[in-house]
Design a binder for this molecule. Structure first.
Ligand code: OGA
Ligand code: MN
Length: 295
């Protein structure tokens, strides 16, 4: 297996490995897992991708999420991201599916609004537009390391509130449905996720974050905005242009990502599997101690 660096200090392509080998072979998994901890974003090219192969590969990393209410694929282990309507045609720009894909174009990490956040997401391209539609990544680990020491200290003991309805409201009022709001109450997470394998810390934030625990609302919002801006500063991202057979996985603890636009009349279809974070991934260290909770 060859590891080829891709981005500015993070992201790598793994050559000479097939998803099915990772699923079947402990030793191959161990090498891929180590590369995942180190590089945060892994690109696999020229893969044979079926739902079965993608899920078997994904399961290696932990328990697969069950897709939430309101997403395409609800109740299964797959999320379908597309703007193709039930009639097989691309939907208009004001359609809910288009607005949802716009919401994916905000910088975020997956599932920080869920009761159990995600370790990793695995995304495969099934229909690729001729232009645009890339996925862009930043390292929130490198972003943390760029902060000055007082800010790093402050963040290590700070907690932020994440709400799915908040990120959706930035695109359109009511984009999160009442069912989604009821199923997804706001969650509070430490603002720094320390990787238990290598001890490196990363800013844990997303478009879903709307408040800092114990901080006045406007000041908390300002801090979140400043950190998001610093984490996504020009020149710090890896932009992934999709080719047939590509699979990309990323560490939701240490990155943010966003979809990039493509011509609205063109079809794009992506399939994602998402793995929940468990104790070995450090999830317990992320929870607000109940003695500190305001409610
Ligand atoms: C995702 C996501 C962006 C894209 O799959 O979680 O945000 O480019 N995707 O499709
Ligand atoms: Mn996402």
């Amino acid at each position: 297996m060859e590891i080829v660096p891709l981005g500015p200090g993070f992201a790598a392509e793994l050559r000479g490995v097939r998803l099915a080998d990772v699923a079947a072979d402990d030793a191959v998994y161990a090498v891929v897992r180590a590369a995942f901890e180190e590089h945060s974003v892994l690109v696999f090219r020229d893969q044979e991708v079926t739902d079965e192969i993608q899920l078997a590969f994904s399961r290696r990393f932990g328990p697969p999420e069950v897709t939430k209410v309101g997403s395409q694929g609800t109740g299964s282990h797959f999320v379908t991201l597309s703007t193709i309507g039930p009639d097989g045609k691309v939907v208009p720009a004001d359609h809910r599916l288009s607005l949802r894909s716009k919401a994916n174009q905000l910088w975020h990490t997956d599932s920080s609004f869920k009761r159990v956040p995600a370790l990793t997401s695995i995304l495969s391209a099934r229909i690729i537009p001729a232009r645009g539609g890339e996925t862009e990544y930043v390292s929130t680990r490198l972003a943390f390391e760029r902060l000055d020491a007082p800010m790093r200290d402050k963040l290590e003991s700070s907690f932020a509130w994440h709400d799915y309805a908040h990120s959706r409201s930035q695109i359109a009022a009511g984009l999160a449905t009442p069912e989604e709001r009821a199923a997804l109450p706001p969650q509070c997470w430490r603002m720094v996720w320390k990787n238990p394998v290598n001890g490196r810390s990363a800013i844990y934030l997303a478009s879903h974050a709307y408040a800092v625990e114990g901080m006045e609302a406007a000041a908390g919002k300002k801090l979140i905005e400043e950190l998001m801006e610093a984490a996504t500063a020009p020149g710090t991202s890896y932009l992934h242009p999709w080719r047939r057979g590509d699979v990309v996985m990323w560490d939701n603890r240490a990155t943010m990502h966003r979809g990039r636009p493509w011509p609205a009349h063109e079809a794009r279809l992506m399939v994602r599997t998402t793995i929940s974070a468990t104790e070995v991934d450090g999830v317990e260290t992320m929870r607000l101690p109940s003695s500190q909770a305001a409610e």
